[in-house]
Design a protein around this ligand. Structure first.
Ligand code: ZN
Length: 335
């Protein structure tokens, strides 16, 4: 039986919070924020991180995995002891077998950092299976206020799997530290510790990875409101590759944010023929107008970006995590 005590902060309690309870939560959040803000990176962030004198022969690899209508990115940072693997999101529950097989196929045995950008199932639906299958270094997820905490089966399974393995979820928010090998640095810009949003999307962890002189920005489903706060904070956003927010929705990646990031390439993670109409035409029009080339998982399959610390190269058309024929059949049945 999974231990019920662990990760209790992430579960919705059966009792509503009174004013005293609310105060206790605030004190707890303050405690957690100081406890987990290990390195306290400067708000403005860095432009580059020097690579080690003898970096591995392998480049940094960033896979934008085709998980249909969802998000999943695998980052493999070369280091002395082999790759340091970071998995941001996993996609829906039904792609669990495909995802674990894909990671096994790449030779992944340990996920050094497992990150759920926010608790929606198109992002963490099969994270429980990743926890069960692989050795996990650290598990990170934003801590939502009690009344915004979801109760989906996928979310409960994630917490149960973590507890069963004795893993404690580390709260992920602005300033949280995620360890990484020499030559690389993660910076978490969002959500704010005291964030209070309507839906879960704006609680998405927004994370910038700098590798040598190159940078990647991962945005989950963060929307314009959250982007505005990141802009106001004055972060150094400039990045070579931007994962567009919320599957290319027009409610994300607002123009000011996009211009601050000023990406060389953009990637949209979405499912073929999805019912939300992602990516929205406004998003595609902006990319066209700004002259930024982009890739889409629904059209390009799994996309691999590789960085040697100075130059990024792309490979498209890699195998999807999901079975495309089965995906199309399911789409038809749902229509
Ligand atoms: Zn999503």
């Amino acid at each position: 039986m999974p231990q019920r005590g662990t990760n209790q902060n992430y579960r919705r309690s059966r009792y509503t919070l009174g004013p005293v309870g609310g105060l206790l939560v605030l004190i707890l959040l303050f405690f957690l924020s100081s406890r987990f803000n290990l390195s306290g990176t400067a708000p403005e962030g860095v432009e580059s991180v020097p690579l080690p004198e003898s970096p591995g022969a392998e480049p940094l690899q960033v896979y934008f995995l085709d998980v249909g209508q969802g998000d999943s990115q695998l980052i493999r940072i070369p280091g002395e002891a082999g790759y340091f693997n970071v998995l941001i999101d996993t996609g829906e529950y039904q792609y669990a077998d495909g995802l674990t097989a894909y990671l096994e196929g790449l030779g992944v045995e340990r996920v050094d950092a497992l990150i759920a950008t926010h608790p929606h199932t198109d992002h963490m639906g099969c994270m429980n299976r990743v926890i069960e299958r692989f050795e996990i270094g650290g598990l990170y997820m934003p801590l939502l206020p009690e009344d915004k905490t979801p109760t989906s089966v996928g979310y409960e399974k994630l917490l149960d799997a973590a507890s069963a393995k004795g893993l404690t979820v580390s709260p992920l928010h602005e300033g949280s530290a995620i360890e990484s090998p020499a030559g690389s640095q993660f910076q978490v810009m969002s959500p704010q510790v005291d964030a209070d949003w309507e839906g879960a999307n704006n609680y998405s962890a927004v994370i910038r990875l700098v590798y040598g002189g190159t940078a990647f920005l991962f945005t989950g489903d963060a929307e314009q409101e959250s982007e505005e706060i990141i802009l106001e904070a004055g972060y150094h956003l400039d990045s070579d590759v931007l994962k567009m927010g919320h599957h290319g929705s027009s409610t994300s990646t607002c123009e000011a944010f996009f211009q601050a990031v000023s990406p060389g390439h953009a990637v949209i993670s979405c499912g073929e023929g999805n019912r939300y109409g992602h990516p929205h035409r406004e998003t595609l029009a902006m990319l066209k107008e700004e002259g930024v080339p982009y890739y889409r998982t629904d059209q390009d399959g799994t996309i691999l970006a590789q960085s040697d610390g100075a130059v990024i190269t792309f490979t498209t058309g890699l195998d999807p995590v999901l079975d495309r024929d089965a995906y199309r059949a399911a789409q038809k049945r749902a229509a």
